[in-house]
Write a protein that binds this ligand. Structure first.
Ligand SMILES: Nc1ncnc2c1ncn2[C@@H]1O[C@H](COP(=O)(O)OP(=O)(O)OP(=O)(O)O)[C@@H](O)[C@H]1O
Length: 233
């Protein structure tokens, strides 16, 4: 198992403002699997992702990623863990506005000794002709592809995606999902995808549903629908 989570609990605030967000989550994801995390607004999906991604500390429980326990790591250790293992993609692309596409990706290339080949990645993501443009000169889909390239240049073993198609129209969403599928097949990247779009669950290996901070359902898809054939995106 690449990711093993046991009895993960996470709360925020104190006194009147105390919220118990994750109430003991136990689950796992195999290496190379794409996994969708579903749940209603406020159920704890992003919190779960952030705990696994070392962006948030954990109250109790265990999160083992690639054999390494990340619960209880110091901030410095967490930042090393993020640098060495993870790529992130968010709904809003968080590109640096005054850097070109290529430079935005280079920022992350420098974080690793073994980056993917920049030109090949630009080609895979359909960004070769846009590499010298600034984010403001790109469409939403192109900006998201740039954000994906930035996340992938380190060749992370684990890619965390929080609403990766949330700001995109249906055609561009499909393009992005086809891309994630291609990357998963090409590099074997394990992916956790938080999404409100109910169609995306059909293209992944595993689905985890969270309700009120607990797992209400989880299952593996026996057959997967290719992203290109998903309906109602
Ligand atoms: N930093 C924080 N401080 C206090 N409360 C927080 C914080 N982050 C999240 N919460 C609370 O935790 C609960 C779960 O939030 P989370 O963002 O994980 O939900 P979600 O399932 O991702 O929701 P959505 O689908 O709307 O993005 C919410 O009630 C939210 O207000």
């Amino acid at each position: 198992m690449y990711l093993e989570v046991k009895d993960l609990k996470k709360s925020y605030g104190a006194g009147e403002g105390f919220v118990q967000v994750l109430r003991g989550i136990t689950t796992g994801v195999e290496q190379g699997d794409m996994c969708v995390i579903q749940g209603t607004s406020g159920s704890g999906k992003s919190t779960f992702l952030n705990c696994i991604g070392g962006l948030d500390t954990i109250d109790s429980g265990s999160v083992v990623v690639d054999g390494k326990e990340i619960a209880g790591l110091s901030q410095t250790e967490l930042s090393e863990y993020r640098r060495d293992n993870l790529g992130y993609i968010f709904q809003f692309y968080n590109l640096v506005p005054n850097l070109t596409v290529r430079e935005n990706i280079q920022v992350c290339e420098y974080l690793t000794k073994t980056p993917l080949d920049m030109d090949e990645l630009l080609e895979t993501l359909g960004l070769t002709g846009h590499q010298n443009k600034f984010p403001s000169q790109l469409s939403g889909g192109q900006q998201q592809r740039c954000a994906i390239a930035r996340a992938l240049i380190k060749n992370p073993k684990l890619l965390l995606c929080d609403e990766p198609t949330g700001a995109l129209d249906s055609k561009t969403s499909r393009d992005i999902l086809v891309l994630l599928e291609t990357i998963n097949a090409k590099y074997g990247t394990t992916m956790l995808i938080v999404t409100h779009n109910n169609s995306i669950k059909d293209m992944v290996h595993k689905v985890i549903r969270i309700k009120d901070g607990q797992i209400s359902k989880e299952y593996y898809n026996e057959t997967r629908v290719p992203a290109a054939e998903l309906e109602d995106l």
